[in-house]
Design a binder for this molecule. Structure first.
Ligand code: FE2
Length: 140
């Protein structure tokens, strides 16, 4: 099946482990979209996918943040803050969805836009530093 939000070459940050995690996150969002298009899907089933996205984002952010420490990335503090804001937003969406089914479209659009923007504008900033070793450390 053709994906609603396909992976594009421009999302490649040059680090395979991180790319694979980004692909997996996008795949969960695509699954959420596909399920949202069906007529007889249970609310619990959708809620479980939102939780899966939340859990996977958590795992993925931990990978990135571990690498920020490992490579002493100078932009870590700001980047971690953005991760925290996303996690808070998902937690709010989860609560909202319990009360209001209509929010699902917003959940999908927001998470898709957020992920793509985050890859292109934030993850691209750390990519060169995580690809080099300690001897090529960024200038203070
Ligand atoms: Fe990130």
């Amino acid at each position: 099946m053709k994906e609603r939000y396909p992976w594009k070459k421009e999302y490649d940050i040059g680090i395979e482990e991180i790319n694979n995690q980004h692909k997996k996150m996008l795949a969960i969002i695509n699954r959420l979209y596909n399920e949202s298009e069906k007529t007889n899907v249970s609310k619990e089933f959708i809620a479980d996918i939102i939780t899966e996205l939340e859990d996977y984002a958590d795992y993925h952010f931990s990978t990135e943040e571990y690498n920020f420490m490992k490579y002493d990335y100078k932009g870590a503090k700001q980047h971690i803050l953005i991760h925290r804001q996303f996690k808070r937003k998902i937690a709010i969406f989860k609560e909202e969805y319990k009360k209001n089914n209509d929010i699902l479209t917003e959940v999908i659009t927001f998470t898709k836009n957020w992920l793509i923007h985050h890859i292109l504008h934030e993850d691209m900033k750390y990519a060169p530093y995580l690809k080099t070793d300690k001897t090529n450390k960024q200038q203070d």
